[in-house]
Write a protein that binds this ligand. Structure first.
Ligand code: DX5
Ligand code: ZN
Length: 219
C-alpha cells in the first residue's frame, strides 16, 4: 500500500481555518489529523467536537481524530457524530482498552490506539487483532514542533514484524517531529501513515511539502 499523509492542523493558522482546510483539500493529503487535548492527560488544551464538526463541513477528506484525554469513552460517540472517521485513544489513559476499542467500533468509526514514547509496543500485542491503527508517538504528546525521538524507529520495526507475522490489516501511524529529514527511514521501518504538523504548515509552500512527503518511495 502506498503510504498516507495526514497533516495535523495543530500547526495551522486557526484565524484562517477555512483557507487552511481548502489548502489541504487541494493537496495530496490523504487524511486530516486532529489533535484533541484535555489539559489533564497532556499539559495543553486544544479543541473538541465543535471544531471537528466545522472541519467536517469544510472537507471530504478522512478525519483522523487523536484523543489525548482521560476517560475518552465519555466523548467517543460525540466525536464520531461530529465526523471522525478514525478515533484513537491513548493506551496510557485506558485501563479498559479492549472495551474502548469495542465502543469506538460500535459507532462505525475505525479504532486506533496511541502509545507514548516510554510505552513498549508489546503492550498492545494482546489486543492487536482489535486495533485498526496504532499511533507511535515519536514525541511526548501535548505540543507540535518538538524533536523526533529516535528510538521510535525500533518500535515501528518491532510492531510491523508482529503485524506481518499475524497477517493483520492494522496500520502504523507515526506522530511527532516527522518531516522530509526522517520520512524515508520511517516508511522503510514499516510506517503506513505519516502525521506532519510543522513540516507542512511552517513550510513556505505547505502543498509542496505534502506532495514531497507523498512522493517518497516513488508514485
Ligand atoms: C503532538 C500531536 C501531534 C502534533 C505533531 O502531541 O499529537 O499530532 O501535531 O506536530 P509536529 O509534526 O509539529 O511534531
Ligand atoms: Zn497527534
Amino acid at each position: 500500500m502506498k503510504h498516507l499523509i495526514a497533516p495535523s492542523v495543530l500547526a495551522c493558522d486557526f484565524a484562517r481555518l477555512p483557507e487552511e482546510i481548502a489548502l489541504l483539500n487541494d493537496s495530496a493529503a490523504d487524511w486530516i489529523h486532529l489533535d484533541v487535548m484535555d489539559g489533564r492527560f497532556v499539559p495543553n488544551l486544544t479543541f473538541g467536537m465543535p471544531l471537528v464538526e466545522a472541519i467536517n463541513r469544510l472537507t471530504d477528506k478522512t478525519l483522523d481524530v487523536h484523543l489525548m484525554m482521560l476517560e475518552p469513552e465519555r466523548y467517543v460517540e460525540a466525536f464520531q457524530k461530529a465526523g471522525a472517521d478514525w478515533i484513537s485513544v491513548h493506551y496510557e489513559a485506558c485501563p479498559h482498552l479492549h472495551r474502548n476499542l469495542q465502543q469506538i467500533k460500535a459507532t462505525g468509526a475505525k479504532a486506533g490506539v496511541a502509545i507514548n514514547p516510554h510505552t513498549p509496543v508489546e503492550a498492545l500485542f494482546p489486543v492487536l487483532e482489535e486495533i485498526d491503527l496504532v499511533i507511535i508517538m515519536s514525541v511526548n504528546p501535548g505540543f507540535g514542533g518538538q524533536k523526533f525521538i529516535y528510538h521510535s524507529i525500533e518500535k515501528i520495526k518491532k510492531l510491523k514484524e508482529e503485524i506481518t507475522i499475524r497477517n493483520l490489516p492494522t496500520l502504523i501511524e507515526v506522530d511527532g517531529g516527522v518531516g522530509m529529514q526522517n520520512a524515508q527511514v520511517l516508511l522503510q521501518a514499516g510506517a503506513d501513515v505519516l502525521v506532519a504538523g510543522s513540516a507542512v504548515f511552517k513550510a513556505p509552500d505547505p502543498k509542496k511539502a505534502i506532495q514531497q512527503l507523498k512522493n517518497i518511495g516513488g508514485l
